[in-house]
Design a protein around this ligand. Structure first.
Ligand code: ZN
Length: 312
């Protein structure tokens, strides 16, 4: 027993030292960001049985909330993944655009099988070449059909065009959908400002699952460095709460606050050129690989969002 405990401590210490050596800059600068977090533990309600996750790409769901989704799964909740784009613009030496789109769909289906009761819906807008209006009706139909209790969506204030459009499209689809739901925003690679996060989730028991699920996305091998960064970030958050291994934090918000985000998204995007224009940087110059610059980048305007109550 004592021996197992000592081994555990040494192992944790080893991981921490590795993290400090790999991400020294983030390690230091993230402290301030972490200290501003003030969240409550996420409670899982057995009456909220239908979960919908609206993402532009296969891998966003696991990167952002893989642990939380596994917890829903353990509660016996049903999950519907909606993929708005075909993700064809991901770069790979061996795949052309069509092959990439097919591969990403296959990977999403494979990932789905890791959950007890999950389905995937592929809307297939051409990645980086679509406008929100094209997709709003499809999303609206899926919302009406599935009637989710909880909807998860990545933060739209991102430098990735698909992420911005995904968020705008869902917002417009929700305008048409008159039913009660709980709305939760998560970060993929652009962190949400810490004082907006309001729920945390200890995913220590689900962390191995999250890592395993991420391994499915082999089409994203060139992004593996940023995958590792997200896991590092989960470990960093765990320290803030003294959780054993890992933590995910999210922002539960009201529709009016989501409207404010959407207004900001629209101000940072050039639909005619299908690219984000936030601070004049192109998507290609994305620094989403590094924590503090990405924190500053896509979300500088977020301070203008009024903090309204979180009830929907
Ligand atoms: Zn994405």
């Amino acid at each position: 027993m004592i021996r197992a405990k000592i081994t555990g401590v040494i192992k944790t210490l080893g991981v921490r030292i590795k993290d400090i050596l790999e991400y020294p800059y983030d390690w230091v600068t993230a402290k301030r960001w972490l200290s501003a977090i003030n969240t409550k533990p996420l409670a899982f309600d057995s009456t909220e049985k239908k979960i919908m996750v609206v993402v532009p790409h296969a891998d966003d769901e696991i990167l952002g909330i893989g642990g939380i989704l596994k917890k829903h799964d353990k509660m016996g909740h049903k999950i519907c993944f909606i993929y708005t784009t075909d993700g064809r613009k991901s770069w790979s030496r061996n795949l052309d655009e069509d092959q990439m789109a097919t591969k990403r769909e296959n990977e999403a289906n494979q990932m789905c099988k890791m959950f007890s009761d999950a389905e995937a819906v592929f809307i297939k807008a051409r990645s980086m070449e679509w406008i929100a209006e094209e997709i709003v009706d499809r999303l609206h139909q899926e919302l009406i059909k599935y009637h989710p209790d909880i909807i998860y969506v990545p933060l739209g204030l991102d430098i990735n065009y698909d992420h911005v459009l995904n968020s705008i499209s869902l917002n417009k689809a929700l305008e048409k959908s008159q039913f009660p739901y709980c709305l939760r925003v998560f970060s993929v690679q652009t962190p949400i400002p810490s004082d907006y996060l309001n729920l945390d989730c200890d995913i220590s028991k689900e962390f191995a699952f999250k890592k395993k699920a991420l391994e499915i996305f082999v089409s994203q091998n060139t992004m593996k460095k940023s995958f590792r960064k997200v896991l590092f970030f989960n470990r960093l958050l765990a320290q803030r709460y003294n959780y054993q291994l890992a933590c995910e934090c999210i922002w539960e918000l009201s529709k009016p606050t989501y409207d404010d985000i959407t207004a900001l998204c629209l101000s940072g995007i050039d639909l005619s050129k299908t690219k984000t224009i936030t601070r004049g940087r192109s998507i290609k110059n994305s620094c989403s690989n590094t924590f503090p610059p990405s924190l500053i980048h896509g979300i500088s305007g977020i301070s203008r969002i009024s903090k309204r109550n979180t009830a929907n």
